[in-house]
Design a protein around this ligand. Structure first.
Ligand SMILES: [Zn+2]
Length: 671
């Protein structure tokens, strides 16, 4: 290929990938399989690696920056970002509509109804169709340059389908609730404090100097308007702006609606007030905008609030109640976790009695006192939290909380390591720690032993049937059945469930051990690379650190854990009972399927299942018996089993016999 032809080829490849990106991330529709997409991407990447001079900023491979920034630059917005006035009920909404109609000297006018996302407002500037700057709203006049992080949001186009000379769009960057829950699930499994809500997590991710963090958080965007534009024909309405932005490749919310009268506005607001919980993002209201831009100009702004728009706010998720007491839970790593005992209160339909207080600093910084009136908030399905005390309502009877200096469970002295926020009980045989570590071991994220809830765990410890994890596997039916309230049937079921847990794969076993910071996903990565316990025990710190998404904190924690002889003995003893011996990954050959995991179900016409397994393994892929989050493909034949349902619910890519044949065929052609 000549240099020019080669350049053109790379350009076409980029365009293809951008086109598929747009369909996948902005429209939620795929035109090609993930496999084909990955191949295009890999081809571009390898061409760029051998020809680095041809790498451009808008290349889909360049979303994540190489090295962190030193600090944030400030950006002055071309047009000020306005803030919206609020209406809180039907009457106020009606009032706004009537006043606006009056000012426009009309009875009815078109209004755009949009959901009001609880995310972070941003302004994105494109020059000749290329993303130039992404900035936060800031104070509306000056924001912060977060271009490096905005680029990592896959639904933000780097290069537009059409190229106006200057275009500034406004939108809201948010974290999908499903991604937020996945992230927190991972953190909790690793013994790390979960993030409090998607909004703060999204905001925190955007305000990182290192774009790798934002890229791992899987943020998303909805674009909702044009702030400034040069070089296009004038657009007359807000609704036409949406169509134009869509045409350029931006992600526009499909629930936006153009309505012509007050009743339809009220209907939209009431509908979403009920249905908002079904969305995969938090929204706290509805934004209403006059559709005609000419009318918007006519109405103008009062100070920084537009008269042509307002926000209808959904009922609050905050409530006020009394802080009756502060309790302490001892976690499985020995951390003393304070929680608020509250006068039961209804927060948007749910009765709340307890809320997390995180740690000692949280209580001190907010000066929370027992007896205070406090504001609590419930966001999503997260544990409610105490936002602040209402100082004005104090009468002097409130009591300052003294953080315990001894463990409430074992009375050992507790310590607070410098630079850490948690106070910890270091007694390894602390009964509370034992109880928590067993609760964790048997929980759904770990060994998933059904019928062994916290109550049973406590009973077993109190009756001295369990004093360490391996004791679980030595329990006898007659010991259990004689326990209060247990009986023969339940005892048998529990023993069966314990026995059944021996089939859990190695990665679940790693999670179950409760190694600090080691979450579900990191455990799968360890299982994938080390396959079994013997190999993992030989791993060095450097080897661990080289694995994807294993940071120094996790690596050090794993080394420390297995350096401790009592941990090592416990693991060996569990292994001796046949626990944690099932390896979901096998050692693989290098090939086009390296790192690709398949699950197979059903019957095939042109090959047997054994042959399919061989095809995959010959090419370096692996085959598992169970569909997990990390499964890449379900190879599905005639009469599939329950794995098909599992794959659908876990959104695992499903391929049929023909597609599979093509995959092994194309790879064959390439070699
Ligand atoms: Zn203790």
């Amino acid at each position: 290929m000549t240099d020019n032809k080669f350049k053109e080829y790379i350009e076409t490849l980029k365009e293809k990938i951008n086109y598929h990106n747009y369909h996948y991330y902005a429209l939620n529709k795929s035109v090609i399989s993930d496999y084909e997409y990955d191949k295009l991407f890999a081809e571009l990447k390898s061409l760029e690696e051998s020809n680095p001079e041809l790498i451009t900023d808008d290349s889909p491979t360049q979303r994540v920056g190489e090295s962190p920034l030193d600090d944030f630059k400030q950006v002055e917005h071309k047009n000020i970002l306005l803030s919206l006035g609020n209406v809180f009920d039907r009457d106020q909404l009606t009032n706004w509509y009537k006043k606006t109609a009056e000012a426009l000297n009309t009875k009815e006018f078109d209004v755009i109804c949009e959901l009001k996302y609880d995310g972070l407002a941003v302004a994105l500037t494109y020059l000749e169709g290329l993303l130039d700057t992404g900035a936060t709203r800031g104070n509306g006049v000056i924001g912060e340059d977060v271009t490096h992080n905005v680029r990592t949001v896959k639904s933000v186009p780097l290069n537009l389908f059409e190229k106006p000379s200057v275009l500034e769009v406004r939108g809201e960057i948010y974290m999908p609730i499903s991604k937020f829950e996945k992230l927190n699930f991972e953190r909790v499994a690793g013994g790390i404090e979960p993030f409090s809500n998607p909004r703060n997590t999204a905001a925190g991710s955007l305000r990182q100097l290192d774009s790798k963090i934002a890229s791992e958080r899987e943020l998303d965007i909805f674009v909702y308007g044009i702030g400034y534009v040069e070089g296009i024909d004038p657009i007359g309405t807000q609704w036409e702006q949406f169509q134009y932005l869509k045409q350029l490749g931006f992600k526009i919310n499909p629930h936006n609606k153009l309505v012509g009268d007050l009743d339809s506005i009220i209907e939209y607001c009431e509908y979403w007030s009920e249905e908002k919980n079904k969305l995969d993002y938090d929204c706290d209201g509805v934004v209403l905008k006059v559709n005609e831009l000419g009318m918007q100009n006519l109405l103008g702004n009062i100070s920084r609030e537009p008269k042509w728009a307002t926000a209808f706010k959904f009922p609050s998720r905050k409530s006020k109640t009394k802080l009756i007491d502060i309790g302490i839970n001892v976690g499985r790593t020995g951390s003393l976790n304070p929680y608020a005992v509250l006068n039961p209160v209804d927060v948007n339909g749910v009765i709340v009695k307890r809320a997390t207080l995180h740690n000692q600093d949280y209580i001190n910084d907010k000066d929370l006192r027992i007896g205070d009136q406090v504001i609590i908030e419930r966001a999503g399905d997260v544990i409610p939290k105490v936002l602040n005390s209402v100082f004005e309502e104090r009468d002097g009877s409130e009591i300052q909380f003294k953080f315990p200096t001894i463990c409430p469970s074992c009375s050992y002295e507790v310590i607070r390591i410098e630079g850490e926020s948690t106070v910890t009980c270091l007694n390894v045989s602390c009964p509370a720690r034992l109880e928590r570590s067993i609760e964790h071991f048997v929980s759904k994220v770990a060994m998933d032993i059904q019928g062994m809830g916290p109550k049973i765990v406590r009973t077993l410890i109190e009756n001295e049937l369990i004093s360490k994890l391996p004791d679980i596997f030595q329990l006898k039916i007659d010991e259990l059945s004689s326990l209060n309230g247990m009986g023969q049937k339940r005892a048998e079921n529990l023993i069966n469930a314990i026995d059944e847990s021996k089939t859990r794969p190695f990665s679940k076993f790693l999670v179950a051990l409760g190694i600090p910071y080691l979450g579900a996903e990191s455990a799968i990565i360890l299982a994938e690379h080390f396959v079994d316990m013997e190999n993992l025990l030989n791993a060095t710190y450097d080897r661990l650190l080289n694995l994807p998404s294993i940071g120094d904190k996790i690596a050090q924690s794993i080394i420390d854990y297995f350096d401790n002889p009592s941990n090592l003995n416990m693991v060996k003893s569990l292994n001796g009972f046949g626990v944690g011996r099932v390896n979901e990954f096998s050692k693989v050959e290098e090939g086009p399927f390296t790192g690709v995991n398949f699950v197979i179900t059903g019957k095939f016409t042109n090959f047997t299942r054994t042959e399919a397994v061989e095809y995959i393994k010959e090419r370096g892929g692996s085959v598992s018996n169970r569909v997990i989050e990390k499964t890449d493909y379900l190879l599905c034949g005639e009469d599939p089993g329950s794995k098909l349902k599992d794959a659908q619910s876990k959104e695992v890519k499903i391929i049929g016999e023909m597609e599979f044949k093509e995959m092994i065929q194309t790879d064959h052609d390439n070699t």
